[in-house]
Design a protein around this ligand. Structure first.
Ligand code: SAH
Ligand code: TMP
Ligand code: ZN
Length: 410
């Protein structure tokens, strides 16, 4: 493929080459009612790589208000594993970067307060940015202070004027969602105290490629970071990559720590990950070409399996109406004729249809009523948590269908 897209890198303006075209896709978190199907919004889901700064990014940008609004359904606190992860994160920040009296913590993408509730309970000054007003209201009920504006340069300046500089700016699964990362980084640099840190964690391109996890690609995930691309980007805005840590959550992430340039000594982990990326070729174009071939194979294998199960008269449902699954269903052409329904704990998704593919979403209680013969695990990043509570399914003879890193039945 490798066709130039006509416009440059969203970060550095450098030349970008298109590496993977997944076709037309609906918004990944817009679950229509049966009466709303005519109103679905579609865009072209394609991935490009910048030849200069190596940043991997989407070719088309969806306007942010279409994705993040009052009815944005995703709720971070619905996973016990993620609740524990963010409680531990809050405690760690309290014990390291937030120890001085009057310390101030800002979070981008505070969602339902899953991280900041720990900071709030400790009585530490904080502010969460959460433009999706529905989930922001849930955070407020946890005692978290929230602004329902989008974090960017202008809103960062407002916080600086009202609350003073931040010791910590934290964001999980949010920085990669922000095409206007230039404005976000200018805002972070403005708002950060001289010795403050900007800590953010997002899906890691190295893991996405290694697992052929093409379903990490969707409208909300605009950037696909590596230590190389984050370091290069930070440097353009007077910030320096001073630490990295790999995280097992959401299928493999990296937590990046940025500081004002020259204020902290980069850890050995930074050099280590940069070296590993070089050795594995994670930042090069060739890795993305291999990935594109892997993705096509997964689609072929998954569609072949599901069609053969249908021919055998087996029942197939899915588990977890994830945003990621919109990429799987729409790229592979899976509708209710191949996957009868999908079970999900999110109240705002239940009773609706999945985006584009229109598979009905049911509450988890429907899973055992009766069990399907096969269940396609869309929420593969929560596999341990789901397997632990759905032991009855396999006991009843049910089998899970996995598609990451390759299609298999277990
Ligand atoms: N941090 C949570 C939520 C991630 S979902 C977690 O890891 O589970 C991403 C969140 O970022 C959404 O709730 C969305 O509304 C919010 N968001 C989108 N743009 C934002 C911006 N510019 N500033 C702050 N939050 C934003
Ligand atoms: P995520 O992969 O983006 O975190 O989305 C997970 C989706 O799966 C979300 O819609 C909630 C749902 N889910 C369940 O239905 N059951 C579970 O046990 C977990 C952890 C998630
Ligand atoms: Zn670039």
């Amino acid at each position: 493929m490798a066709v130039a897209t006509g416009h440059g890198c969203r970060i550095c303006g450098g030349p970008v080459a298109e590496m993977l075209d997944l076709g037309r896709h609906p918004l990944s978190d817009a679950f229509p009612r049966p009466t709303e199907l005519a109103d679905e919004f579609f865009y072209r889901l394609a991935l490009a790589r910048c030849a200069d700064c190596t940043m991997v990014q989407l070719v088309e940008e969806v306007p942010r208000e279409r994705m993040f609004h009052h009815d944005y359904p995703y709720r971070s606190s619905l996973s016990a594993v993620m609740r524990a992860h963010f409680t531990a994160t809050g405690r760690e920040l309290l014990g390291t970067e937030l120890t001085r009296p009057g310390a101030f913590c800002v979070e981008l993408g505070a969602n339902d307060g899953v991280m900041l509730r720990t900071v709030a309970k400790a009585g530490v000054r904080h502010l969460g940015f959460e433009p999706s007003a529905g989930v922001a209201e849930l955070a407020r009920r946890q005692g978290v202070r929230v602004s329902t504006t989008f974090f960017e340069e202008e809103t960062a300046a407002g916080v600086l004027a009202a609350d003073g500089p931040a010791d910590v700016i934290y964001a999980a699964n949010t920085v990669c969602h922000l095409p206007y990362l230039d404005s976000v980084l200018r805002g972070a640099r403005l708002l950060l105290a001289p010795d403050g840190v900007f800590v953010f964690e997002d899906p890691y391109l190295g893991d996405i490629l290694a697992k052929a996890a093409f379903d990490q690609i969707y409208d909300e995930h605009f950037y696909y970071f590596t230590a190389h691309s984050v370091r290069a980007t930070a440097a353009r805005f007077g910030l320096e990559l001073v630490d990295v840590r790999r995280l097992p959550v959401h299928g493999g992430e990296v937590r990046y720590t940025l500081a004002h340039t020259g204020r902290r000594t980069p850890s050995a982990a930074v050099a280590e990950l940069l070296r590993e990326e070089q050795e594995r070729g994670v930042t090069g174009a060739e890795a993305l070409r291999r990935f594109a071939a892997d993705v096509a194979r997964t689609r072929q294998d998954l569609v072949t399996l599901l069609r053969s199960l249908r021919e055998q008269g087996r029942t197939v449902a899915a588990y977890g109406a994830t945003a990621k699954s919109a990429t799987v269903t729409n790229y592979c052409g899976l509708g209710p004729e191949l996957v009868a329904y999908v079970c999900d704990t999110t109240p705002a998704k239940q009773g609706r249809l999945t985006p584009g593919a229109h598979i009905p979403v049911r509450p988890p209680a429907a899973f055992a009523d009766p069990y399907p013969d096969y269940a396609l695990l869309f929420a593969w990043n929560h596999a341990d948590e789901i397997m632990a509570k759905e032991t009855g399914f396999r006991a009843a003879g049910g089998r899970w269908i996995h598609y990451v890193p390759t299609v298999c039945v277990r």
